[in-house]
Design a protein around this ligand. Structure first.
Ligand code: R5P
Length: 298
């Protein structure tokens, strides 16, 4: 029997695409809210004995999306699904992976514990911060697959722009992994990272020490654009060093508040994101990357 694919409110667009591209059966879930704000979930497809792929990003409204996702996954198991693959294109709370200040919740660990209770077989997620998590499978209680959307972004940039003289830049140390993949995807370009200090959730300082970009085009790649602060400061620092045109790519375009209009004002040659989270810049689909991961599991 074909696998059944189901989408939550932040994953339906990808569920439809996966079904269309792979010939999976597309199922239905009813999600609504009671007048008091509680969520109501009803799985409308018969999942008994089936391999089920459930897709939902834990954004927008991350707290709502978490409840929706966990209630749905638990219900799928309860209704007799055989194998459950949770595709969580954007895993929220991953940046709170340590107690940075005394008394803080290590939110991703709490979220992982909640996932553990619903017992799914596999979790596929995309470019999640795993810097301080050494064994995500043990933490989440499921076979954990952290895949990348950066290759899809690279293919898009390669198709639409001529970037043979460009330098790829990650705006902070943690972004080196994405800069490396992007540089490979663009045919072996040079790559480098900047130094970022976060002052508040909205404010960062970015320094470009020893980076040679004078007269050259720059591709900036980061996992997330949230307030846009990181990209804005990175562009400023690189412009001061004489960089020419900017091409900015991100996997998760959260674009909170007025981030999109602030980024538009930078005069970038390209601003592109994937559809892990739907946004005005979600021009690239991560469906091919998800399909590649799924092909090893079903
Ligand atoms: C942080 O470590 C991430 O990699 C991103 O750089 C960050 O989330 C971007 O946030 P913002 O757009 O608010 O600067």
């Amino acid at each position: 029997m074909k696998p059944l694919v189901l989408g939550g409110r932040n994953g339906d667009h990808l569920a439809v695409e996966l079904a269309f591209l792979k010939g999976f059966e597309l199922g239905n879930i009813e999600v609504k809210k009671f007048p008091d704000g509680e969520i109501y979930i009803r799985v409308l497809s018969d999942v008994q004995g089936r391999d089920v792929i459930y897709v939902n990003s834990l954004q927008r409204e991350p707290n709502e999306a978490i409840v929706e996702t966990l209630y749905t996954l638990d219900t799928l198991r309860d209704l007799g699904a055989r194998k459950i693959i949770a595709v969580i294109p954007y895993m929220s709370y991953a940046r709170q992976d340590s107690r940075f200040n005394p008394g803080e919740a290590v939110s991703i660990q709490v979220l992982a514990k909640l996932f553990k209770t619903v017992k799914v077989d596999h979790i596929i997620t995309i470019d999640m911060h795993l810097h301080r998590i050494s064994d995500p499978s043990a933490l989440f209680g499921a076979n954990f697959h952290n895949i990348t959307g950066v290759r899809e972004l690279g293919k898009y940039l390669k198709k639409h722009h001529s970037l043979t003289n460009a330098v790829v830049i990650g705006p902070d140390e943690e972004a080196e992994q994405w800069a490396k993949i992007m540089a490979e995807e663009l045919g072996g370009l040079e790559y480098s990272v900047l130094e970022k200090t976060r002052l508040t959730a909205e404010r960062v300082v970015v320094e470009a020490k020893g980076v040679k970009v004078e007269g050259r085009d720059v591709v900036i790649v980061d996992d997330i654009i949230s307030t846009g602060g990181t990209i804005i400061e990175a562009v400023k620092a690189l412009r001061n060093l004489g960089a020419k045109d900017f091409y900015v790519a991100t996997v998760h375009p959260l674009l909170v508040g007025d981030a999109f209009s602030k980024l538009l004002r930078l005069g970038l040659r390209e601003l592109v994101g994937t559809n892990t989270v739907l946004s005005p810049i979600s021009k690239v689909s991560v469906a091919p990357a998800i399909i590649e991961a799924l092909s090893k599991l079903i």
